[in-house]
Ligand binder design. Structure first.
Ligand code: BES
Ligand code: ZN
Ligand code: ZN
Length: 503
């Protein structure tokens, strides 16, 4: 998607449609209409606006002269947030897509009342939400009419105020970084949406290796033999029931000084989670192709930070497996040994994510990390706890958790904390091994996942982000599509951007 800024004359844009954002306010509405009529040298028939009040999530289309004008509501001016700007932009852009608009002109919102938000942030937010809203995964349709939904090919941002030309550089920077982050999120979505007969551990690895060739990060792929040598019992045992061999990816991005401790980002890479012998019910099982959403988010973060050129060192770890039932599968009651030598009683083969993460988190110590963040579609219980609106964060370091919460608020790829109190520890004690992979009851399912992982971390600040509630959705909303959402990419990229700028 090509996104640019036109700083001189709106007439130069020659767009197929113009998208303006409106407040829910009669006076401001009238003023804005006049501005538009002036800019486009046309007259808008008042009758065509009778039902449009600028309410949040309301859009309308008017024709005037040679122009198609899409209006999208922001709600009340006093209640404006940057998320409302993202949503209004997304709705308007989608309206343009359904109209099969090729080239869309989009107004950069200028509003000084948003505290701590610069014009660059607004341009970035509008760029990202446009790219995310236009995402579609249509490659498997053989009929052209199904494929051709994605019709907006170019967006030109413009301003109705000439004074904005002095901000042109900032707007262009927002567009540039926003395009990188938006496309990186869409890449994570693509990986998630690919069916598990296409993306399995080996092909996931191939794909990332191929991408890294055009970027400034490297990928090391460990195969089953090397994983065996490292005694990663979690990865090996979960993969045992599948005809697809596991892989373990190690990504390196070296933007920092040579000896600077790296940030380690870990992602759960279960390319399909059938549950294994503790098999899942059939309904909705297909969505478990997105159970590598954490791993996909790590790839998205590397795509983003390498193009943004962050001055940090970052290591990515992605254990990749397929969890299947078969005569070779690991079974409930089995005792397995993780990379760090700890024994685990497998209570439930469907609690497989924590087994592969146990290996990755103990392996992370090797890099003497500054801190470790893992992202995983770990527990259905997180959806019960918080709904589809945020991920859950847990960890051993309040400062890190708070920084992630802030990055979540800034990007709206949000996280909210749950505790990892010692009181929960006994719930994962096993009678025959060092630890058990699930709690005894239906209590605190998401915390159980966190408590289990906590036993495998090394001596480093750590945060675990359970993205089960956010990485996949069963319906579209604003700029999030149905199925894979790319959750975690914007969050962790922003966290790293903040770290790099010393915030
Ligand atoms: N991949 C699932 C978690 C999940 C569920 C992600 C729904 C997205 C949507 C995970 O491997 C799993 O099955 N977890 C179990 C844990 C339980 C057996 C302790 C769960 O959540 O039921
Ligand atoms: Zn599972
Ligand atoms: Zn899983």
């Amino acid at each position: 998607m090509k996104i640019t800024f036109e700083k001189s004359k709106i007439e130069r844009i020659k767009a197929d449609a113009y998208l303006f954002l409106f407040y829910q306010d009669k006076k401001l509405f009238e003023e804005e209409l006049k501005v538009i009529e002036n800019l486009l040298k046309c007259k808008i028939a008042k009758v065509s606006l009778e039902d449009f009040e600028g309410k949040q999530s309301q859009t309308t289309l008017v024709y005037s002269g040679d122009h198609r004008i899409i209006m999208s509501g922001l709600g009340m001016k006093n209640d404006l947030t940057i998320e409302k700007v993202r949503k209004a932009t997304a709705r308007g852009v989608k309206r343009a897509k359904y109209l099969k608009v090729n080239k869309l002109a989009l107004e950069v919102l200028q509003d000084q009342s948003l505290k701590g938000v610069e014009i660059e942030d607004i341009a970035r937010a509008q760029t990202i939400s446009s790219i995310l809203a236009l995402y579609s995964f249509d490659k498997y349709f053989t009929k052209k009419e199904n494929q051709d939904l994605h019709s907006v090919r170019e967006i030109v941002l413009f301003s109705q105020y000439n004074s904005l030309t002095k901000y042109a550089k900032d707007i262009e920077e927002g567009i540039k970084t926003g395009s990188i982050i938006g496309e990186a999120t869409n890449l994570a979505r693509d990986l998630g949406n690919e069916p598990s007969n296409v993306i399995y551990p080996e092909s996931f690895a191939d794909h990332v290796v191929k991408r890294s060739k055009n970027r400034n990060y490297s990928v090391q792929v460990l195969d089953k033999k090397e994983i065996t040598k490292l005694k990663m019992g979690g990865v090996l045992e979960v993969a045992r029931g599948s005809s697809r061999d596991p892989r373990f990816l190690i990504l390196h991005y070296n933007g920092g000084r040579k000896n600077e401790a790296p940030y380690v980002i870990v992602g759960k890479g279960v390319t399909f989670d059938s549950g294994g012998i503790s098999i899942k019910p059939a309904a909705g099982m297909g969505l478990m192709k997105v159970d590598m959403g954490g791993g996909a988010a790590v790839v998205g973060v590397f795509e983003a930070i390498s193009q943004l050129g962050l001055k940090l060192n970052v290591v990515g770890l992605i254990p990749l497996v397929e969890n299947m039932p078969s005569g070779n599968s690991f079974k409930p009651g089995d005792v397995i040994t993780a990379h760090n030598g700890m024994t685990i009683e497998v209570d439930n083969t469907d609690a497989e994510g924590r087994l592969i993460l146990a290996d990755a988190l103990s392996y992370a110590s090797k890099f003497k990390p500054k801190l470790v963040i893992d992202m995983a579609t770990l527990t259905g219980a997180s959806i019960v706890a918080i709904g589809y609106v945020a991920s859950i964060v847990m960890g051993n370091n309040e400062e890190l958790i708070e920084k992630l919460r802030v990055a979540g608020d800034q990007t709206y790829d949000r996280v909210w904390p749950l505790p990892l109190w010692d009181d929960y520890d006994r719930m994962i004690d096993s009678e025959i091994a060092d630890v058990k992979n699930s709690g005894q009851s239906r209590q605190a399912g998401t915390i159980m996942g966190g408590m289990f992982l906590k036993r495998f971390i090394g001596d480093y600040p750590w945060a675990h982000i359970d993205i089960a509630a956010t990485a996949m959705r069963d319906r579209e909303s604003d700029y999030d599509p149905k199925n894979a959402t790319g959750a975690g990419v914007r969050l962790v990229t922003k966290f790293l951007v903040n770290e790099a700028s010393g915030k």
